[in-house]
Write a protein that binds this ligand. Structure first.
Ligand SMILES: C[S@@+](CC[C@H](N)C(=O)[O-])C[C@H]1O[C@@H](n2cnc3c(N)ncnc32)[C@H](O)[C@@H]1O
Length: 188
């Protein structure tokens, strides 16, 4: 099994990041997951979910790597092989600011670069998709997605998450903990 690496690129380890990273650990298993570029003070918060490094993946000189970047020219397919699949630990932004390329891809010039479509997925949905393609040998065209998810806060208010979500058993793949977190959130 390939190792999945999440290079944390947000200025803080926000609760939203922790919820997504926990969800990723459930998808690929903590033994197959590495977090890099994590502040010393936050190491313990993630150590239950995977191996945690303060060092950035950009300085690790790993071989046989593949970076997942929405701006990559080539689409990932089940024949792609890599020892490490690297993702940006970046929260979604609308419109996308192309942070993956600027903050990650360009620093790992020897890595393969692959997209999983042009639409922006959350990091856990990107991992879900890559896991389906690489470990379950599915083609992207055979996976089902929903663009944008609405979360009802109460009878009047709702949030729209304008990202692409996998459909798992006909429902968008979004963990319950994130839904509860968003419902309690005052500002969005
Ligand atoms: C929420 S996305 C952040 C994307 C960021 N807004 C940008 O424009 O680069 C978090 C991570 O999931 C992965 N990802 C999301 N959608 C992707 C796609 N369509 N193709 C490849 N990787 C994707 C990338 O590794 C990305 O850094």
């Amino acid at each position: 099994m390939s190792i999945f690496i999440i290079e944390h690129l947000e200025p803080e380890l926000y609760p939203w990041c922790i919820i997504e990273y926990k969800s990723i650990s459930k998808i690929v298993g903590r033994e197959n997951l590495i977090f890099t570029n994590v502040a010393q003070k936050d190491v313990k918060k993630l150590s239950g979910y995977g191996l945690v490094f303060i060092k950035s993946v950009k300085k690790m000189k790993l071989k046989n790597t593949c970076v997942l970047d929405p701006e990559a020219k080539t689409q990932l397919n089940p024949k792609d092989k890599a020892d490490y699949f690297i993702f940006g630990g970046i929260l979604g932004d609308d419109p996308p600011r192309k942070r993956t390329g600027v903050e990650l891809t360009k620093f790992i010039p020897n890595a393969k670069q692959r997209n999983i479509g042009k639409q922006q997925l959350s990091t856990d949905n990107a991992v879900f998709t890559v896991n389906k393609i690489i470990n379950e040998h599915k083609y992207l065209k055979d996976l089902k997605f929903q663009d944008s998810v609405e979360i009802k806060k109460n009878k009047i208010e709702s949030f729209i998450l304008p990202y692409r979500y996998n459909l798992a058993n006909g429902r968008p793949f979004i963990c319950k903990e994130l839904i509860e977190f968003l419902k309690k959130k005052k500002n969005f």
